[in-house]
Design a protein around this ligand. Structure first.
Ligand SMILES: NC(=O)c1ccc[n+]([C@@H]2O[C@H](COP(=O)([O-])OP(=O)(O)OC[C@H]3O[C@@H](n4cnc5c(N)ncnc54)[C@H](OP(=O)(O)O)[C@@H]3O)[C@@H](O)[C@H]2O)c1
Length: 270
């Protein structure tokens, strides 16, 4: 996800490569990122923050520190950064479940943005939902809009609980989509299509349906009714999907992901 952000920011010319400092514990990964993006890399997170801060000393704007490690590693990293994050820094976390309160207390810091992107960000088609503490000034919030727009679509929300909700819906969303995609491709193969033909039929149908739905602005049920003729193939397929509880399964999956996101947040606070 960090790499997607770096790639997006550079591709859209929002920052220059010498304005990005990152860290990674593994040397080969540091070399790879350095080669690909021309950014500076450090082994330790602290050194990356210190290097970025010293660079900014003579500039008007402050550094943005972006936390992109796995939730299980966050506490350790917050401990490492506590005495190098300065009050003028803006801290952005994309870590699933990590609450603003937890990050703020660990870093003794108030200007925090909590965001939730998703994997299509890697091709600039992401959906990022974010919220900011009142200590993040309006000018910096405007920068955040631009920063996340580099990853695709972005949406600011007022309440932090909506970040956990977005974690379940849009950040976990590609998982639901890919599973449905895979199941439909397998169904096509079951019918007798070769895999690559089934893949093309399913992918273009999903893509076309999304674009059509967005452009027409009609309710999904209305779009579905348009292709459901009496006694036809869609009616037969819908009957089986409802009988199998597809709607309920999806709803339960999203709810379970939401519970998991909030549980991760509580764990981080312990
Ligand atoms: N992927 C998503 O769709 C998505 C969506 C929304 C939010 N997020 C959040 O984004 C965060 C990162 O997720 P991801 O999918 O990008 O995971 P990831 O691919 O595993 O990226 C985390 C990176 O951090 C590196 N790392 C490990 N220890 C480190 C340390 N001490 N200091 C600095 N870097 C360290 C990891 O190295 P190794 O490869 O060597 O372990 C890995 O390259 C997570 O908190 C997740 O909740 C992810």
């Amino acid at each position: 996800m960090a790499e997607a952000m770096i790639a997006g920011l550079l591709a859209k010319n929002l920052v220059k490569s010498d304005q990005i400092v990152a860290s990674h514990p593994r040397e080969e990964r540091r070399e790879e990122l350095q080669r690909k993006y021309g950014i500076r890399l450090f082994e330790y997170n602290r050194d990356a923050v210190i290097a970025a801060a010293s660079e900014k000393e003579n500039q008007a704007s402050a550094s943005i520190v972006i936390l992109t490690v796995k939730p299980q590693r966050l506490n350790l990293i917050l401990g490492q950064l506590r005495d190098v994050v300065r009050p003028e820094h803006l801290v952005i976390s994309i870590v699933a479940g990590a609450r603003i309160e937890t990050i703020g207390e660990s870093l003794q810091h108030r200007a925090i943005v909590r965001a939730m992107p998703n994997t299509p960000a890697q091709i600039g088609e992401g959906m990022t939902v974010w919220t900011a503490t009142p200590e993040v000034p309006a000018a910096q919030q405007a920068q955040i809009h631009v920063l996340f727009a580099a990853l695709g679509h972005e949406m600011h929300v007022e309440e932090e609980r909506m970040i956990d909700m977005a974690t379940a819906l849009s950040a976990t969303g590609p998982t639901y989509t890919f599973l449905v995609m895979e199941a439909l491709i397998d169904a096509g193969v079951h019918l007798g299509f070769s895999r690559h033909v089934a893949e093309e039929l399913v992918l273009q149908t999903m893509l076309g349906s999304v674009l059509f739905g967005r452009k027409s602005r009609k309710h999904p049920a209305e779009l579905r009714n348009m292709v459901t003729s009496p006694g036809g193939t869609s009616a037969e397929a819908i009957y089986q999907m409802e009988k199998g509880g597809l709607r309920t399964v999806l709803s339960k999956a999203v709810w379970a992901a939401y519970q998991r996101a909030t549980a991760l947040g509580k764990k981080g606070k312990e």
